[in-house]
Design a protein around this ligand. Structure first.
Ligand SMILES: *[C@@H]1O[C@H](CO)[C@@H](O)[C@H](O)[C@H]1NC(C)=O
Ligand SMILES: *[C@@H]1O[C@H](CO)[C@@H](O)[C@H](O)[C@H]1NC(C)=O
Length: 160
């Protein structure tokens, strides 16, 4: 049993070392790595003064200032990485054109993957036009909220 345990630890270290050597990931100053999957690297601003004080518009600008985009979570795997981030965060998706039809500000296309919380989005024309990635009590879900609310943001970089 002990041998198995040790070899699992060693293999884990080996594969980490190989992954680091094979794909060095450079993270912009002021940001930290959340994870990478499906050709995307996900990061967030390092917690500090103002980092949780971003409107949706600020959030887009904060990601862009470092060459990132606000994160478009397009699958369960991408959503799972965002779950490592326990802070309330903006993610890509607004419904400013048609109520409750959320589209990507990055691509202009309608979103097709969602992880809405219970009874979300709130149905009908309203000012809940942006999406907050929200974790509480170990459960993370998407909530439609006002774009002028203030949170931090999850950003992404597409790997070439
Ligand atoms: C948060 O933003 C408001 C204005 O939008 C500003 O007055 C305040 O100083 C900011 N707080 C921090 C900690 O940056
Ligand atoms: C997005 O979905 C809405 C409602 O289903 C539809 O009317 C609209 O044409 C779609 N937009 C795009 C760009 O596909």
């Amino acid at each position: 049993m002990a041998k198995v345990g040790i070899s699992i630890i060693i293999c884990t270290l080996c594969s980490l070392a190989i992954a680091v050597v094979a794909s060095p990931i450079q993270i912009h100053a002021g940001f930290e790595f959340l994870g990478t999957v499906e050709g995307k690297i996900f990061v967030r601003p390092i917690l500090g003064p103002g980092s949780d004080n971003l409107t949706y518009q600020d959030a887009i600008a904060t990601c862009a200032s470092a060459g990132y985009r606000i994160a478009t979570l397009e699958s369960q795997a991408q959503n799972d990485i965002a779950e490592q981030n326990l802070r309330w965060s903006w993610i890509d998706g607004i419904d400013l054109q048609t109520p409750d039809v959320f589209f990507s500000v990055n691509t202009g296309k309608n979103l097709t993957y969602f992880n809405w919380g219970r009874n979300r989005p709130v149905i009908g024309k309203d000012d809940r036009n942006c999406i907050r990635f929200s974790c509480a009590g170990g459960v993370c879900e998407w909530l439609d909220v006002k774009c002028t609310d203030k949170y931090t943001v999850i950003c992404q970089l597409l790997v070439q």
